[in-house]
Design a protein. Structure first.
Lengths: 250, 535
């Protein structure tokens, strides 16, 4: 039953291609909460990989595409703190760098209507109990861009605390970067792995079955290390736990 | 202007390495803080100031990646760094949390530094006038070579064979100790950590705690082995208790304080309004150097100038809390020229450019010149904590070094080219910076410069162009995704431990297997009837 707002889903290229479970869970969750979800097919990528590796010229057309595709919507929701961070903190600046004032205005407008999932749930829909059920021991890793760019604060934790059956345990040194950092993970692989190994150690210290975060990019890195260690710890996106029910578990 | 050297770096005298063409060279209106800079033609650094020449010690340094790989294998150093940075992080967090108006202080600090930087020639001339009026002699140095020549000349003219030194980043940067030694003049570091580094024939690895990579057992060995060669030896029964180590250093240094006729310092701040220099320290060794000798020579980077004495009030609230995690540091020394019968009667100030004008000419990058060398960004940086300071190939390590060195020295060398990438862009540095330098945005800005300066034909550049083409249209992305999901269906649930071209990822991380169905394929299957956008 559709009683809530219409939401355009920005799936993000990485989730769309590699981790479709997260945007799928986002759709199921938002529909369960009464939203009408649309998926504008012309969307591709926010351009962050290009911007942050130094390829601003390659990123600028993606800023234009994002503003064109999502311009018509009041609410755009993405299951990624990092991609939303790029839309909000970098798009207008890229347009300015290209000397395109019309695009700058469009980018600012679409950025202001783009939300990371936990922000949309808590700030716009005003819910923290989303009716989820997940009877497992879980620890939450706050990703850097959601924490220090978007300032989501404890919104993801507010949502997780209301999940029925969950055993939520605190992650030591939670706010420290996992070491993914986009192309940093391969350009500075040794340092990235050293950081990730410490993060994986902290996750294992909690005895959690699942480590949850709002960004699958960070989780791919942390999970890649946990899997290599055969730790038996699963990674799940926040959307997957929030979408999980007794009938359809994550 | 009365020093023995000509005035090559004097403001208002282009094109000889000045700090700007005049008072209006850096208007406030040109500032931008988004970190993405202007296109090459519209702004960015121009040729208005020469680059800093990489000093002898750091010539031919490998890239950060290469140096970090070696440093990561040093388990003792990693333990030392993890312990030390965690301790100082916790102290800083506690004392910063006490200040209700911390954010307002940060803004005030940034504004004071910006005011100085955006009108730098004016404030430097005011500083020079006030220093001169109060009996000090001001010298201008365009680069390290000139600054060293000035100091060596001053020491020689006074027939001194040694100097005692206050901890100073500027003199580290210009490698003054090496220049003095080459001229037959001993330079004694008197800060405890600098003494450890000097006695150990080592290099500093941290701005505030140069010997942070050493533990007390290593320090004991260095003292026992080295002190006797350069002065009073360490007691034979020296233990590694901090109090015993400090006592050995105190006794060793006391002889040098009492004997030295010339001291060399830097300055944390130089106040234009009054001509006052300020040194902030913890041990009191600085106070000894600043008061006992007849001659005091202070080497000061031009960006250290503060407009007013009131600005110092802001800075003294920001610096100790950010730096050592203390509410106030034990010793703050201020001196304004020469005072009759009190302290050094022969006071010199060497104002050094050494690449700073070049940084100042970049309207985005120049925010890095606000830096007050507190090292909060080092202590919170997960990359610094693991790779250590030496990997940065400069006396300025950590996040601030990663934005400062490539601007001061340019990005021609392996290490300077790699430094903008020596960060996961986690943002902890910006959050901790007391003068609000948006280091992550500056790093991104510098990465764009590195890419723009490259040929554009590297495998990475070609890969980026191909990826950008794919993302340029959703139909191309969908075609690429069909190939990925085909791979996913072929691989099934098998664990991928290596993929050609992804060796750097796969050395310690499993590779995610592409899914059998992308999100948009699922959407078409489940939602196509109800969504007009997906027809």
């Amino acid at each position: 039953m559709t009683t809530g707002p219409t939401v355009a889903l920005f799936a993000t290229c990485f989730n769309d291609t590699m981790w479709p479970e997260a945007p799928r869970a986002t759709v199921l969750l938002l529909e369960r909460l009464g939203c009408r979800v649309v998926f504008p097919r012309e969307q591709t990528c926010c351009g962050q990989m290009f911007t942050n590796t130094g390829y601003a010229d390659e990123a600028t057309p993606l800023v234009r595409r994002y503003a064109d595709v999502f311009g018509p919507y009041d609410y755009v929701v993405a299951p990624s703190g990092s991609c939303v961070g790029s839309v909000r903190e970098q798009h207008a600046a890229l347009a300015r760098r290209a000397g395109d004032t019309a695009l700058e205005a469009a980018a600012e407008a679409s950025a202001a209507r783009t939300y990371e999932l936990s922000e949309f749930l808590v700030d716009v829909l005003g819910v923290t109990d989303v009716g989820a059920y997940f009877p497992h021991r879980v620890t939450y890793h706050p990703t850097c861009h959601s924490l220090r760019m978007l300032h989501v604060g404890d919104k993801p934790l507010q949502l997780l605390r209301q999940v029925r059956g969950i055993d939520l345990v605190e992650l030591p040194s939670a706010a420290e970067c996992c070491g993914f950092g986009g192309t940093f993970a391969v350009k500075n692989a040794d340092t990235s792995i050293a950081m990730g190994a410490d993060k994986a150690r902290h996750v294992r210290e909690t005895g959690a079955e699942v480590v949850v975060a709002g960004d699958n990019s960070c989780l791919a890195h942390i999970g890649g290390i946990l899997d290599r260690q055969r730790s038996g710890v699963r990674t799940l996106h926040l959307a997957q736990i929030l979408a999980s029910t007794e009938e359809v578990p994550a | 202007m009365t020093g023995p050297q000509p005035a090559p770096g004097r403001p208002g005298a282009p094109p000889t390495g000045d700090v700007g063409g005049g008072p209006t060279a850096y208007p406030d209106g040109a500032r931008r803080a988004d970190g993405l800079g202007e296109p090459a033609a519209g702004g960015g650094p121009d040729s208005s100031g020469p680059l800093q020449r990489t000093s002898e010690t750091f010539l031919g340094m490998p890239s950060f990646q290469t140096a970090a790989r070696a440093a990561l294998a040093n388990t003792q150093q990693r333990r030392n760094l993890a312990h030390a940075t965690a301790t100082i992080r916790a102290k800083r967090a506690a004392v910063v949390a006490e200040v209700d108006a911390w954010e307002e202080l940060r803004v005030a600090g940034a504004e004071a530094k910006d005011e100085a930087l955006h009108h730098l020639p004016d404030y430097l001339e005011q500083l020079e006038d006030n220093l001169t009026a109060r009996g000090a002699t001001v010298h201008w140095a365009r680069d390290a070579e000139e600054a060293n020549a000035i100091v060596v000349g001053l020491v020689r003219d006074r027939d001194a064979e040694e100097v005692v030194k206050v901890k100073s980043m500027a003199t580290q940067e210009i490698e003054l100790n090496e220049a003095l030694e080459a001229a037959g003049i001993h330079a004694w570091e008197t800060d405890l950590a600098e003494l450890i580094v000097q006695l150990g024939h080592d290099r500093p690895s941290h701005i505030l705690v140069p010997a942070i990579h050493r533990n007390r057992a290593e320090i004991r060995e260095i003292f026992l082995r080295e002190m006797g060669d350069v002065g009073r030896p360490a007691p034979a029964d020296l233990s590694d208790e901090p109090a015993r180590l400090a006592e050995a250093a105190r006794l060793h240094l006391r002889e040098k304080f009492m004997r030295a006729r010339v001291a060399v310092s830097g300055a944390n701040f130089a106040i234009a309004e009054t001509g006052t220099l300020v040194v902030v320290e913890s041990e009191g060794n600085g106070r000894m150097c600043l008061t006992l000798p007849e001659t005091l020579i202070s080497v000061v980077g031009v960006e250290k100038v503060l407009p007013t004495f009131a600005d110092l009030g802001t800075m003294l609230q920001l610096l100790p809390r950010s730096s050592t995690g203390e509410r106030m540091n034990p010793y703050t020394s201020m001196w304004t020229g020469v005072h009759d019968g009190d302290g050094p009667q022969d006071v010199h100030v060497v104002l050094v450019d050494n690449g700073r004008s070049h940084v100042l000419s970049d309207p985005v990058g120049r925010d890095a010149l606000r830096c007050i060398r507190c090292s909060a960004c080092l202590n919170v940086c997960p990359v610094y904590e693991r790779a250590g300071g030496h990997a940065y190939g400069s006396v300025y390590p950590g996040p601030i070094g990663a934005v400062l060195n490539p601007q001061l020295r340019g990005t021609a060398s392996d290490v300077d080219k790699s430094l903008p990438y020596a960060s996961s862009l986690c943002g902890a540095c910006f959050e901790a910076c007391p003068v609000r330098i948006d280091i992550p945005s500056l790093l991104v800005h510098l990465r764009t410069q590195v890419v723009d300066e490259a040929s554009g034909r590297s495998p990475e550049a070609l890969g980026m162009k191909a990826a950008a083409w794919t993302f340029g249209d959703h139909r191309r992305l969908e075609a690429a995704q069909r190939a990925a999901t085909l791979g996913g269906r072929l691989l099934g649930d098998r664990t991928v431990r290596n993929v050609p071209g992804l060796g750097a990822w796969a050395q310690a991380r499993d590779v995610p297997t592409p899914p059998r169905e992308t999100f948009r394929q699922w959407w078409r299957r489940t939602h196509r009837d109800e969504d007009r956008e997906d027809t």
